[in-house]
Design a protein around this ligand. Structure first.
Ligand code: ATP
Ligand code: MG
Ligand code: FE
Length: 336
């Protein structure tokens, strides 16, 4: 089964061809990062316009790179939420037009289901049930993956997402956008124990997260330094902040591992490429005898290959969408 997948929920215009949900024949990503860097973050209106310019090129490139034509494709998968409505609409409209014109079934995919499914690409042996920690720009979810396409969210952030906190702190310490990869890099030169930032635990909700406190603590710290006329170490702030965030992510995940007797944990989303998180989670999982999985960085941040993987399993379970498929900016995981 060959799936042509399209992703345009935020600031990457992407298309991919995936065979049988596990083999990526092409994975084309046109990133708008350079464009949005000028404004310090994603500008929705600019994102939509750029998607319109790029979408056809990216789809054609994905087919060409996979060395297939539309006639070879069995279904079209597309992210229809969550994300920026104007950005999502471009991908959804393109997918509908292609599916209609070529007479192929249309399968709308949840973006976070895609992030989780990214783990299936390089770990051929990984199958549900397992646990997933989704850490992206807009989500921080601890998810029980009961079966393909079947999820229980057992914990979530009460305020900022992990990636959002990385981006905000990076901006505050002058690293710019996108902040996650920059903090990851600078933190390698810093001391994670230099500054003690808070590790928030949500009362009576051991699997929930809160990152606004640590973000404020960083802002207070650098303001304090500036008022005293002291120069702070960017590397120490980055390393200490990163440690505070990863400590909580690991602690909550390990709590779930014990409570739910989990034997497999897969991380997903942009922050899953963070080197400190991978290292800490790997060590913690090894200590508990839990199998630990993570995708390569290219499959952690937004891409269409992961959407093609998720669409394949939706295809197998019979999910089909009509020509009235619409973008759903706040789509819930597990909704059809
Ligand atoms: P969502 O998937 O929740 O809709 P999104 O698609 O914008 O949000 P992703 O593309 O999954 O998010 O991930 C982008 C986020 O990942 C950004 O916040 C970015 O800073 C963060 N990120 C990327 N690489 C790293 C890294 N090495 N360390 C920490 N954070 C990172
Ligand atoms: Mg992005
Ligand atoms: Fe994403």
């Amino acid at each position: 089964v060959l799936i042509l997948a399209i992703e345009s929920s935020c600031d990457e215009t992407a298309a991919a061809v995936v065979r049988n949900g596990r083999e990526v024949l092409s994975n084309v990503i046109s990133s708008q990062i350079a464009l949005h860097t000028l404004y310090g973050g994603v500008v929705p209106e600019i994102a939509s316009r750029k998607h319109i310019e790029k979408i056809n090129q990216v789809v054609e490139a994905a087919l060409a790179e996979a060395d297939v034509t539309l006639a070879d494709i069995d279904a079209i998968g597309v992210t229809y939420g969550p994300g920026l409505v104007g950005a999502l609409l471009v991908g959804v409209a393109a997918a509908k037009a292609i599916a209609y014109a070529a007479g192929k079934p249309l399968i709308g995919v949840h973006h976070i289901e895609g992030h989780i499914a990214a783990n299936f690409i390089e770990h051929k042996e990984l199958e549900p049930p397992f646990f997933s920690l989704v850490v992206s720009g807009g989500h921080t979810h601890l998810v029980r993956v009961k079966d393909y396409g079947q999820f229980d969210i057992i914990g979530r952030t009460r305020d900022d997402a992990a990636g959002e906190a990385f981006d905000k702190v990076a901006r505050a310490i002058g690293l710019g956008y996108p902040g996650g990869p920059k903090i990851d890099k600078v933190a390698k030169e810093g001391n994670p124990e230099a500054i003690s930032f808070p590790r928030a635990h949500v009362e009576d909700a051991p699997y929930d997260f809160s990152f606004s406190g640590v973000k404020s603590a960083v802002l207070n710290y650098i303001n304090g330094c500036q008022m005293k006329g002291e120069v702070y170490s960017q590397a120490d702030v980055a390393a200490s902040f990163q440690k505070a965030v990863t400590d909580v992510l690991v602690a909550n995940a390990m709590h779930a591992v014990e409570e739910y007797q989990v034997d497999k944990l897969a991380i997903a989303g942009g922050v899953a490429s963070n080197s400190a998180l991978r290292e800490a989670m790997k060590t913690a999982c090894e200590a508990k005898g839990v199998e630990f999985y993570y995708p390569s960085p290219i499959y952690c941040t937004d891409n269409a290959a992961m959407i093609g993987v998720a669409a394949y399993y939706e295809y197998l379970s019979g999910t089909r969408h009509g020509w009235d498929l619409n973008a759903v900016p706040n789509l819930k995981l597990g909704e059809r």
